[in-house]
Design a protein around this ligand. Structure first.
Ligand SMILES: *Cc1c(COP(=O)(O)O)cnc(C)c1O
Length: 383
């Protein structure tokens, strides 16, 4: 069974093995390594505005069917810049889910705005139009919507709430490269979509990377300028910005990897379909719901169960590593204790004890998913 979690890395003829944690670490393919070596040999490592970054932005925008993509240093900064170019800051409130990675929420605080946690629907784990509506005040300026685990959210009602209340809509797509809502790739459904290319994401660089996508030329231009110190040309700065550029080495890797993304996504969907079909009759497991209008890209395959630790131990014994995304709802983190919301009655908190992420990734074979399924069947037979 260990084969699932040990990947052979072949680099320039040598081979090393890593024991990958969950989510699965990427393999390093020869074409990616060659792309990196070509950059090193060319001496163009730090030319962010050079052809590689631009090529990536073009390819990425085309892939998403949007007008503009701006490559950035990471997904966290992409969120911050999205808020900044939408003029969200001091005194503003931004509605967000309590069930996400901390970066979604810390970006709001770093801009001086206040995050307001809306509650989630237990079945989808997503905030709903009603829960958003309940959080709106005269200070509310935006909603950050997270397409968590690679499931696109049902955008229709969310867009309506945003429109009716004149709120900006940011989509955090860090876990959902290529997910579709009603045949449209997520990212440019709202005002701005943000992406991460952290190595463990569906599209991962060899280090950090991120991007925003938008159909608005002004927002894209402003974002690009902020990320490059407000620069018009060398040593001529229109305003103060920051350094949030994607480097050429990462752009080179991403250019190659983007070409594989569709195949990788298909493999993820294949594994997910296999789980869905073969775990359907186990009553103790609540499976992610498949939606007709959605193309789910399964960054994670998250099930809901009771007595999680016992099952996790059983699977670990069999060499099957699982994950928990996320074990602590954000309002309960020490980082947000100052808000005094840790003992709130959000339904989102209930999920802390029930979620379990099964192995998923483009490297998994059906035979390995079969082993996961049979281990789960064996476990529930004994109960
Ligand atoms: C990974 C992630 C981020 C942050 O991206 P980084 O590139 O790691 O900075 C933001 N939001 C979500 C939902 C994520 O999963």
């Amino acid at each position: 069974m260990t084969a699932i979690f040990k990947q052979k890395l072949a680099i320039e003829g040598g081979e090393c093995e890593i024991n990958s944690a969950f989510p699965v670490w990427p393999t390093y393919a020869q074409d990616e390594v060659n792309a990196v070596l070509n950059v090193l040999k060319s001496g163009r490592v730090n030319y962010w505005t050079g052809d590689l970054g631009q090529k990536f932005e073009k390819q990425f925008a085309t892939y998403f069917g949007v007008n503009y993509a701006v490559a950035l240093a990471n997904g966290s900064v992409a969120l911050e810049l999205a808020l900044q170019v939408l003029n969200i800051g001091e005194g503003d409130e931004v509605i967000v889910t309590p069930r996400t990675f901390i970066a979604t929420v810390s970006s709001i605080c770093l801009k001086g705005a206040t995050p307001i946690f809306a509650d989630v629907d237990l079945n989808t784990q997503y905030v709903t139009a009603e829960s958003i509506q309940a959080c709106i005040t005269p200070r509310t300026k935006a909603i950050i919507f997270v397409h968590l685990a690679g499931w696109p959210c049902d955008m229709k009602s969310i867009i309506k709430v945003a429109k009716d209340n004149d709120l900006k809509l940011i989509e955090d797509c860090a876990q959902a490269h290529g997910a579709e809502y009603k045949g449209k790739r997520i990212g440019a459904i709202g005002d701005i979509g943000t992406f991460s290319f952290y190595p463990g994401k569906n599209l991962g660089a060899y280090g950090d990377g991120g991007a925003i996508v938008t159909n608005n030329s002004q927002l894209a231009k402003k974002c690009r300028m902020i990320a490059n110190h407000g620069r018009i040309e060398k040593y001529n700065h229109e305003f103060e910005g920051r350094n949030s550029r994607l480097d050429n080495l990462q752009a080179a890797v991403l250019n190659v990897k983007l070409g594989h993304l569709e195949n990788w996504t298909s493999q993820r969907i294949k594994i997910a379909d296999f789980y869905l079909k073969n775990l359907e009759d186990i009553n103790e497991i609540v499976l992610p719901k498949r939606e007709k209008w959605a193309r789910q890209v399964y960054h994670l395959f998250v099930i809901r169960i009771k007595q999680r630790e016992k099952l996790q131990d059983f699977l670990r014994e069999k060499g099957i590593q699982t994950g928990i995304h996320y074990p602590i709802a954000l309002p309960k983190l020490q980082a947000y204790s100052y808000m005094g919301k840790s003992d709130n009655n959000l339904k989102a908190n209930q999920l802390d004890a029930e979620l379990l992420s099964l192995p998923i990734g483009e490297h998994l074979e059906i035979s390995q998913a079969e082993e996961v399924v049979s281990a789960l069947r064996e476990y529930y037979k004994q109960q």
